[in-house]
Every structure is written in structure tokens, then in C-alpha cells.
Design a protein around this ligand. Structure first.
Ligand SMILES: Nc1ncnc2c1ncn2[C@@H]1O[C@H](COP(=O)(O)OP(=O)(O)O)[C@@H](O)[C@H]1O
Ligand SMILES: [Mg+2]
Ligand SMILES: [Zn+2]
Length: 372
């Protein structure tokens, strides 16, 4: 079975399956229901969070013969929807601006836009990475956006909003996509694993979500890599091993050393992790997540409803116990020291040194507080 293409196989076909972009989806649904779709949209946001996916759903809805009668989403059953789902809709044109950057391509587009769609109601152009267009091409596009024919719709997408000309932004309806929360990513990964007939442990899914750093597609690709090994059931240890990420177990032990102010053991463990090949800036990032969880546990009554915590409740409890001696201020200072260390670790001649210094600072600061 081909696992690398999970993100294609599971690409949402309907708004209901799009996770973590409710602020956008709810507006689009209302527009579609009332027949007031815009002729130009701009979707900005990090990669792998659903821009292309939502663009295709909008394009499909704009051509769905059933949606014409006041539905808020594509029916996914009419011939037009079927053509979209099968990737053979003639009135959906996807252009990658990274490889079609010039004025000629946009002029060509401008000429083609004038003609009515060969089939369906709307000709929809999705222009991906639109910030890559040259200045001339931008200006040519601007002209088209100023007076689009009634049968044309443009959906521009970009990962770098600040590189898109303000004149373009102001001629479009702009939606800013967000990184889905880790719990949202975790839950989708769990659902996909289940659909693929694999038993994935929740904390293993949480680890994938953490490493994905908000990119749903990356999480799905990682899951594909793990499924391809044939491991089943899949536990946290398997995920850590296959993806080559530091063991959470070891990090909890490190936190325990920090909590007990055992500087020597903390530095030894850090070094053993370094020699096992873990990236130090990544390790620092994990530690920052841990300390943040501890800080959230201290400052919020309900860490589950609070800003995203990077660990499941069991892990958070263990951590809170390890770091009980730390006040909220200590934790805040520790996080600041770790953020510096994460930055420095990338260019330090001795990669583990910035983290060692941070450990000294964190553990000794705590002692100074105690004696003061
Ligand atoms: N918000 C989301 N909800 C559900 N799945 C998503 C979401 N964002 C991304 N995905 C998954 O990742 C894949 C790639 O998403 P895509 O829309 O191409 O991202 P983008 O265009 O923002 O880079 C999709 O096929 C889908 O499987
Ligand atoms: Mg895309
Ligand atoms: Zn339809």
C-alpha cells in the first residue's frame, strides 16, 4: 500500500472536514449559501494548514449544481462535484506562481479568463505562492482583478503575506489561515490511523502533532512514514524511534533533575542525549514546551481549556510534580533562558554548551532564591 500519499487520500472534500479554520469556513459557508461569493480571495498562512484544500472546496461549491439552490457546501454528488473530486474539472485551473512568475504567463491568463468556462458556471483560478510573481506580473494580475468577468473567480494563496503588494490585498477578500492546535492535529492523525487499520496510541499521536509544528500535512506525512514500517500497534517509543526525536521519557527525567536541582545529573543526561545524536535546538524546544506546560499548570486552573499545552494530562501531572519547587517567576525565567539557548545552539561551536549554561542558570537561580 502507498502510504506517502495519505495527505492526498484524506484531503477534505467538504468544509466539515477542515479542522481548525472555523473563523474562515463559517464566513465562506454563509457566502456560498447566500450566493455572494467573491471574485477574488487571498488565502494566507503557513504551509500545510488547508489553503489549497479550502480553495478547492470553494471552487467546487461555486460550480455545484445543487449548491445553486441555497446549500452552504458542495453536494459532492452532482456531476460537477464528481469531476472536482476526481481531479478532472476543466473549470479549475491551478497555477504555481513559483514556476510561472513572469508577465507572459499572467498575460496569457488574462486572455484566457475572458472566455466563458467550457463546463460549469465558474472558471476558478487558484494561484499558489502568488508572492513569487514578478512586479510586472503582479501589475498585470492587478488589472484582471480589477474587472474580473462574472464567470471568473480567483483564489490567490501565499505563505508570505508581507510580500504580496498591498494593492492586491485590497482587491481581494483576505483570509488568514492559522496553525491548527496540536490537539486538533493529534485527533486527525488518530482518525486517519484508525481508518488505515492501525492502532496508534494517543501519546504517540501527540508526539507527531508536536513535531509537525502546526502543519497538518507534515503530520500526515510523518504518519505515512510510520505506517510504512508496518509497526502495529504504534506506541510513543516507536514514533520517537522512527522519527528520531528525543525520548519524552528522557526529557521527563531531565525535568526531574532540574526540579531537584541536581545540576551534575542534568548536564550528564543532556550530554548523553547530545551524543545519541539529538539536535540541541530541538531539545531546547521540547524543554521550552515542558516548562511552558508547567507554567500553564501553575497559572491556569484548567490547563486543558487554556492555551495549547504540549503534553497529555498524565505527562503534565508528572512534570508539575517534578517542577513543584519552581514558582511561576522561576519558570518564566527558565523559559527565557531556554529560548536563548535554543537560538544559540544553532551556531555554537559546542552545540550542547548553550543548554548547559541555561541549566546552570536555571538550577542556580532557584538556589539563590531559596537562600535569599
Ligand atoms: N485544516 C486542515 N484540516 C484537515 N486537514 C488538513 C488541514 N490542513 C491541511 N490538511 C491536510 O494536509 C493536506 C495539505 O493541505 P493543503 O490544503 O494543501 O495545505 P496548504 O495549501 O495550506 O499548504 C491536505 O490534503 C489535508 O490532508
Ligand atoms: Mg497549498
Ligand atoms: Zn454538487
Amino acid at each position: 500500500m502507498e502510504y506517502q500519499v495519505l495527505y492526498r487520500k484524506y484531503r477534505p472534500k467538504d468544509f466539515a472536514e477542515v479542522m481548525g479554520q472555523d473563523h474562515i469556513v463559517s464566513v465562506l459557508k454563509r457566502q456560498i449559501q447566500s450566493g455572494r461569493v467573491a471574485h477574488a480571495y487571498l488565502f494566507s498562512g503557513p504551509r500545510g494548514v488547508g489553503k489549497t484544500t479550502v480553495a478547492r472546496i470553494v471552487a467546487k461549491a461555486a460550480n455545484c449544481t445543487v449548491t445553486g439552490s441555497k446549500k452552504e457546501a458542495p453536494c459532492n454528488a452532482c456531476p460537477s462535484c464528481e469531476a472536482f473530486n476526481a481531479g478532472r474539472a476543466l473549470n479549475l485551473i491551478e497555477i504555481d506562481a513559483a514556476s510561472n512568475r513572469g508577465i507572459d504567463e499572467i498575460r496569457e491568463l488574462r486572455d484566457a479568463v475572458r472566455f466563458a468556462p467550457a463546463e460549469g458556471r465558474m472558471k476558478v483560478y487558484i494561484i499558489d505562492e502568488v508572492h513569487q510573481l514578478t512586479k510586472d506580473a503582479f501589475n498585470a494580475l492587478l488589472k484582471t482583478l480589477e474587472e474580473p468577468p462574472p464567470h471568473a473567480m480567483f483564489i490567490l494563496a501565499t505563505t508570505e503575506l508581507d510580500k504580496v503588494l498591498p494593492t492586491i490585498v485590497s482587491r481581494t477578500q483576505h483570509f488568514d489561515f492559522r496553525r491548527p492546535r496540536e490537539t486538533v492535529i493529534r485527533d486527525r492523525i488518530l482518525a486517519i490511523a484508525k481508518a488505515e487499520g492501525a492502532k496508534l496510541e494517543p501519546d504517540a499521536a501527540a508526539a507527531i502533532a508536536f513535531v509537525a509544528e502546526g502543519a497538518m500535512r507534515d503530520a500526515e506525512s510523518m504518519l505515512g512514514k510510520i505506517l510504512a514500517t508496518g509497526t502495529n500497534p504504534i506506541a510513543l517509543g516507536d514514533v520517537e524511534e522512527i522519527l528520531g526525536i528525543p525520548k519524552r521519557e528522557a526529557l521527563l527525567t531531565l525535568s526531574e533533575h532540574i526540579g531537584r536541582r541536581h545540576l551534575k545529573e542534568a548536564i550528564e543526561l543532556l550530554n548523553s542525549l547530545y551524543y545519541r545524536g539529538y539536535e540541541m535546538d530541538y531539545l531546547a524546544k521540547l524543554l521550552i514546551g515542558f516548562f511552558r506546560d508547567a507554567l500553564l499548570a501553575k497559572t491556569t486552573t484548567n490547563p486543558d481549556g487554556a492555551p495549547e499545552a504540549s503534553m497529555l494530562p498524565e505527562g503534565r501531572e508528572a512534570l508539575a510534580a517534578h517542577l513543584a519547587a519552581y514558582s511561576a517567576n522561576d519558570l518564566a525565567r527558565a523559559i527565557a533562558a531556554l529560548i536563548d539557548a535554543a537560538e544559540l545552539a544553532k551556531r555554537s561551536p559546542i552545540p550542547q554548551l548553550p543548554l548547559e549554561l541555561a541549566l546552570v542558570e536555571i538550577i542556580n537561580a532557584d538556589q539563590e532564591n531559596k537562600t535569599a
